[in-house]
Design a protein around this ligand. Structure first.
Ligand code: CO8
Length: 372
């Protein structure tokens, strides 16, 4: 068995931001158009009038102030309300590969490695732009990596589940250097016309390099332990699968985009996550006082405050449980990795931290790291 080290992280941040005010202005314009268009049905009680959104609600309910997106115009066009992305030809790199490779190159540079040093590419994300060939294999080719590559999807927990999968292979010796890449184009499977969720997500790509600890150089962390858990729930769901055509469901259906019962998710996932992290730490003989940093999934500020308090047994001090969701919103699996990449400095050798992500499935994954 080999020890595993996390030696590089990279973040691709899209060029456009949408502030809450910009988002709400476009959404409310869409609502006005919808209500005017359906005025007769609304008056007859056949269609429910849509209600305006509000920036004050968004910040208070989630802590989100803005989000990055690959395309801003399409999302903010009240007659469209979804991104306008290029349809690349089959012999050109795809959209997920393009942003994934950018994040991978940054992560490899940090680790002092080149693409050819990698022998496992795992593309772990909450949606794939096509069924096959695997996006991971395309990224493997673009990086000039060897070995093998495959895709995996565990929604918001994809990154930590990917890290556990790669770490297990490094531990056993079947691979030596792995990259886990999370290209999350949430804007393309979010329903921007639904005020309950239109503010939640943004786009980004993250990448994490994992190696045999013996090979690690520079600013690295030992992967002390990983743990994944799942428990089935329909409270976060997207029905857009390959059986859609066979079921005559090609119309503009609400359930072909992200759907959730946010209140239930909030209530059910909080105890699941707090208990998961506490049990993982206890089994590794790590007490709350031993922990220097918590890099949590970035879905909701109140949720993170609660989990931080439960895990540490007190209010987290400044910088102990960093949030990035005010800038990036929820970026699905990439959120905890952005938090780690942007707030990994300032730890001394031997210091301990936990990356934890959670979401649809339900799923929760935790990675205990020790600064080398
Ligand atoms: N503006 C104004 N008012 C609003 C708005 C709005 N935009 N939206 C809702 N309201 C109203 C509601 O109608 C409701 O009114 P009333 O009380 O009259 O019924 C009131 O505000 C309160 O609404 P909620 O109960 O919905 O508000 P909450 O306080 O629960 O906040 C949240 C909503 C922010 C969604 C919160 O419940 C939350 O964060 N829950 C946890 C969600 C979570 O963590 N989900 C994880 C999903 S991520 C994941 O797993 C990845 C999936 C794959 C990626 C998908 C990419 C697209």
């Amino acid at each position: 068995m080999y020890d595993v080290a996390l030696t590089g992280t990279g973040v691709f941040t899209p060029p456009h931001t949408i502030t809450n005010d910009e988002l709400v202005k476009a959404f409310n314009a869409y609502v006005n158009l919808f209500n005017a268009e359906h005025a007769d049905e609304i008056a007859a009680g056949k269609v429910e009038a849509k209600q305006h959104s509000s920036s004050a609600f968004i910040v208070a309910a989630s802590g989100i102030e803005q989000r990055y997106v690959l395309d801003k115009e399409g999302i903010l066009d009240p007659t469209r309300m979804y991104p306008n992305l290029p349809a690349y030809a089959d012999d050109e790199p795809g959209q997920m590969a393009r942003i994934g490779v950018d994040a991978c190159e940054k992560a490899l540079a940090m680790a002092g490695l080149r693409g050819e040093d990698v022998d496992l590419v795992l593309c772990a994300a909450s949606n794939m732009e096509r069924a096959y060939p695997a996006v991971a294999v395309e990224i493997q080719q673009l990086l000039g990596a060897g070995g093998f590559a495959f895709d995996m999807n565990v929604a918001c927990s994809s990154a930590t589940f990917g890290i556990q999968t790669a770490a297990d292979m490094i531990r056993s010796g079947s691979v030596r250097t792995a990259i886990v890449v999370n290209p999350e184009i949430c804007s393309a499977h979010l329903e921007w016309r639904d005020r309950d969720c239109h503010f939640i997500f943004g786009d980004v790509a993250t990448a994490t390099v994992l190696q045999r600890a013996d090979d690690a150089t520079g600013d690295a962390f030992k992967v002390l332990s990983t743990r994944c858990a799942t428990q089935f729930s329909n409270n976060i769901r997207n029905n857009n699968g390959f059986l859609r055509r066979a079921r005559d469901q090609m119309d503009d259906r609400r359930d072909m985009q992200f759907m959730q019962n946010g209140r239930k998710v909030f209530k059910e996932v909080l105890p699941l996550v707090s208990q998961h992290i506490a049990a993982h730490m206890a089994d590794e003989g790590i007490g709350a006082d031993d922990l220097r940093r918590l890099w949590l999934h970035q879905a909701n500020k109140t949720m993170n405050d609660y989990i931080g308090k439960k895990v540490l047994g007190r209010d987290p001090a400044e910088g102990e449980q960093p949030n990035i969701l005010q800038d990036y919103a929820n970026t699905s699996s990439a959120g905890s990795i952005i938090a780690f990449a942007q707030h990994r400095d300032g730890l001394a050798p031997g210091d301990l931290g936990v990356i934890c992500s959670f979401g649809a499935g339900y799923s929760v994954g935790s990675v205990i790291l020790q600064k080398i």
